[in-house]
Design a protein around this ligand. Sequence first.
Ligand code: DC
Length: 222
Amino acid sequence: MSIAIALDGPAGAGKSTIAKRAAKALDFIYVDTGALYRTIGLAASRKGVEPKPSKEVENLLSEITVDLTFNDSGDQVVLLNGEDVSGLIRTPEASMMASKISAVPTVRAYLLDLQRNIAKTHNVIMDGRDIGTVVLPDAKVKIFLSASPEARAERRYKELCEKGMDVKYEDVLSDVITRDYNDTHRETAPLKPANGCIMVDTTDLDFEQSVEKIISVIKENI
Ligand code: DC
């Protein structure tokens, strides 16, 4: 039987970087499910399909393939119709598109089996918004990772600047707040702590402390 760790929380809480390190330390694979929603958002942008419930979105889903694979370093690679789009989905525009399209119930249903199948065959830390509540409610350990909106915006701002993107802190903070609102207020699978989850707040923790905290929470509970 494989072991699943569900890691949920708002945008910019550091889930991906923290979970990646924790997964390496524990010899689990790390799956970033946000990349799947981003990929569908990208597919919709390319075809000019509006991110809202519609026949066009359904048609789009029937025309595309989305796959997750792992490269030699064990990092996740996401494929849209066989094309590696892992880099293309990391822009602020792609973030906002993903936040909107992830509210469409058919999109969520489309990605459900893909996510569950990965957990059936691997020991996994799966990061997202509804992993502990919907995708893997029976996960061995469920963690809700958060930090204040300002701390999260500051981290994302630094990340984007390091990638050479020309962004303003105020815009990043306003994006974080808008996405929090979208993610927590949608009807299908809204972001909320799962029953029985362990709450971890990283506002006052640096990266290394956050990694240590997550590893110790997992070790204590598996
Ligand atoms: O984790 P991220 O920022 O890459 O996620 C992009 C968007 O996808 C985010 O606004 C919420 C959505 N998402 C979701 O609804 N459910 C998930 N399991 C993962 C992400």
